[in-house]
Design a protein around this ligand. Structure first.
Ligand SMILES: NC(=O)c1ccc[n+]([C@@H]2O[C@H](COP(=O)([O-])OP(=O)(O)OC[C@H]3O[C@@H](n4cnc5c(N)ncnc54)[C@H](O)[C@@H]3O)[C@@H](O)[C@H]2O)c1
Length: 371
């Protein structure tokens, strides 16, 4: 199969869908890989790195889209990419179709085979191609929080771990899933005193077992949040109710309980945020202040660390890409239920219920199309 990797064109997107080592794996499996010039540059990989493993370099995206049987990307197609995608061409990337009717209609119109990273799902319901980005954002959250707690950055001038003779900072983590667990682990590693709140008691039991001594677990309810909010120097928002907006666990009125110069990092801002005063920000202007509290609400945190994010993403996507390339998409979908769940649009038809429901479009089961 001919696999093409265009350079991402979304603003500030420096990740790339395939590493030189991934290109090498696909080539060893008998495939051909073409990478657009400079596609890997933002993540630290040169054209020569790709050439050295046998990949070809194309000078334009047109060459990639015109010839590839499978296009591997990171972000959803935008602008001129819509028209370049061809009928029957596999596009393997993050689509987040439910967030854009225009994108959904665009991919229906060009009749591509849209396999979405975000809906590839394992039997235990976990989302293997979303987890790596949650891990990155979770581990970044205390790092960003620590930065904005510095006085010159607008914070109250407190060091997360403190030093002997001073107390450490208090960190409250709302939601103990992938993001929250990673955030708590890193904050605890900095030496902060961490409380992690979740509404799932089983999850709290697990966290209590595996977390270090400076992490305490608490049931997530308004009482415990109010009780502890006045102590918190840093609050990290990381709740998720799948398919729904994040619950507002800290309301505007509760924000007043917090200390002047304390910081909130609402990672769940992409789902509306769990802190009422949060709205999405960008890496260019990541923070703003409400009631003396610094708000960091960047909706694509992993974009700040494209090297790590690219490695983490491609570690997870490569085995699926190899399987799709080796078997062809029809056989891969028939034999691997995880990939089958990734199929969202094919031949102009929507095969993912949530996407069809989002726009009131007709839903077609995968089995009615591929049998
Ligand atoms: N901003 C970014 O760059 C970025 C990057 C990655 C992920 N995210 C987002 O971070 C959020 C969390 O992702 P995740 O992978 O950790 O999800 P997850 O499903 O692994 O964890 C969510 C946790 O929230 C808990 N929860 C649900 N309701 C709660 C409540 N009322 N109180 C406390 N806990 C509650 C759940 O029990 C679960 O443990 C998502 O919205 C995700 O999209 C944002």
């Amino acid at each position: 199969m001919l696999i093409g990797v265009p350079k991402e064109i979304k603003s500030n997107e420096n990740r790339v869908a395939l590493l030189p080592v991934g290109a090498s794996t696909l080539i060893q499996n008998g495939h051909k890989v073409v990478v657009e010039t400079n596609a890997g540059a933002g993540s630290g990989f040169s054209d020569n790195d790709y050439k050295s493993v046998g990949a070809e370099i194309a000078s334009t995206p047109q060459e990639i889209f015109a010839n590839s049987e499978m296009v591997m990307k990171v972000k959803e197609p935008i602008d001129h990419e819509y028209e370049m995608i061809r009928e029957g061409q596999i596009v393997f990337t993050y689509f987040h179709f439910a967030a854009s009717k225009e994108l959904t209609e665009g991919m229906m119109k060009n009749k591509c085979v849209a396999i979405a990273y975000e809906t590839v799902q394992k039997a235990d319901r976990s989302l293997p191609l979303l987890i790596p980005m949650s891990e990155v954002a979770g581990r970044m959250a205390p790092q960003e929080g620590a930065k904005y707690l510095e006085k010159v950055m607008g914070g109250r001038g407190i060091l997360l771990g403190g030093v002997p003779g001073t107390g450490p900072a208090e960190v409250m983590v709302l939601g103990g899933g992938i993001v929250g667990t990673n955030a708590a682990k890193i904050a605890a590693g900095f030496g902060a005193r961490v409380m992690i709140l979740d509404s799932n008691l089983y999850r709290l039991r697990y966290l209590d077992d595996v977390m270090p001594k400076n992490v305490n677990t608490l049931m997530s309810n308004e009482y415990y949040i109010r009780e502890n909010l006045h102590k918190a120097d840093l609050v990290i928002g990381s709740v998720l109710i799948p398919g729904a907006k994040a619950p507002k666990l800290i309301t505007k009125d509760m924000l007043k309980i917090m200390k002047e110069g304390s910081v909130v990092v609402d990672v769940s801002v992409d789902q509306g945020g769990c802190i009422e005063t949060c709205h999405p920000t960008t890496h260019e202007k990541p923070t703003y202040v409400v009631d003396g509290v610094v708000h960091y609400c960047v909706a694509n945190m992993p974009g700040a660390v494209p090297h790590t994010s690219t490695l983490a993403l491609t570690n997870a996507t490569l085995p699926y890409a190899v399987e799709i390339a080796n078997k062809g998409f029809e056989k891969a979908i028939k034999t691997n239920p995880e990939i089958k769940l990734g199929l969202n649009v094919i031949d102009g038809k929507i095969t993912y219920k949530g996407v069809a429901e989002a726009f009131n479009f007709e839903y077609h089961s995968v089995d009615s199309i591929i049998n």
